[in-house]
Write a protein that binds this ligand. Structure first.
Ligand SMILES: [Zn+2]
Length: 87
């Protein structure tokens, strides 16, 4: 048995590039964060502005996606800019 430990994160596992260092940590540079509908109020109350923006999801043909309990929010930290806040 090898004593080497190979650590694979989801980026290397899926072959997608890591977010760069200027990317927002909250949404990992995507501009959106997933949220359970049941957690929406708590999420909004804990966000910096006390509100969140829910993004509508459509199928390719334009019809609304069925409700599976998950929502996508515009990232409350970077507000969809995908960039880390400048400090
Ligand atoms: Zn963000």
């Amino acid at each position: 048995m090898s004593d080497k430990l190979i650590i694979e994160d989801r980026y290397t596992a899926l072959g997608i590039p890591h977010p760069d260092e200027n990317s927002c940590d909250e949404c990992e540079g995507t501009g959106y964060v997933p949220c359970q509908a049941s957690e929406l109020n708590e999420y909004a109350c804990n966000s910096p502005k006390g509100r969140v923006v829910v993004v509508g999801q459509k199928e390719k043909d334009g019809t609304a996606m069925s409700d599976d309990g998950w929502l996508f929010l515009l990232c409350p930290i970077c507000e969809g800019t995908r960039m880390k806040a400048q400090s």
